[in-house]
Ligand binder design. Structure first.
Ligand SMILES: [Fe+2]
Ligand SMILES: [Fe+2]
Length: 151
């Protein structure tokens, strides 16, 4: 089966660790699609959702730590988006525990959310980090020039 969410350069935000975590998320969502389409056993679906939950928690924790360290101004709203996504996955996991496998609507939601979130919210913080880096370099060169020291 071809990948439902193909990885493309349009999903790269230019921070290698984060890009590879995003690839891992895309892979896991593809695995979930594949499991639902082939009507896999509940236990398989539960395992993939558990993996997705763990992945999402560690990825969001890493991003949120980065955003805090960098003083990202839209941290709160970004974190709210993360929470909403986590809540939907937790709800789906709960559903499997009570015998309801995720429906295609959930898979569409996960896929669309991830692609949009990476291309809007995640790219926004990456751009912010980048914009902070440049002025600092310029500033340090300026200070060096004034003081005669080397940056
Ligand atoms: Fe992300
Ligand atoms: Fe994010």
């Amino acid at each position: 089966m071809s990948k439902v969410v193909p990885w493309s350069d349009a999903l790269n935000i230019g921070i290698p660790e984060i890009d590879s975590q995003h690839q891992g998320l895309v892979d896991t969502i593809n695995e979930l699609w594949e499991a639902i389409v082939r009507k896999a056993e509940e236990s398989d679906v539960a395992r993939i959702l558990d993996e997705l939950q763990r992945y999402v928690v560690s990825h969001f924790t890493a991003e949120e730590a980065l955003m805090r360290v960098q003083g990202y101004p839209r941290f709160e709203e970004h974190r709210e988006e993360h929470r909403a996504f986590q809540a939907r996955i937790a709800e789906a996991r709960q559903g499997v525990a009570t015998g309801n496998l995720p429906e295609l609507a959930l898979l569409h939601y996960l896929t669309e959310w991830l692609v949009k979130h990476i291309q809007a919210g995640d790219r926004d913080y990456a751009d912010f980090f980048e914009s902070r880096r440049k002025p600092r370099n310029v500033l340090s060169r300026f200070v060096s020039a004034l003081t005669g020291s080397r940056a």
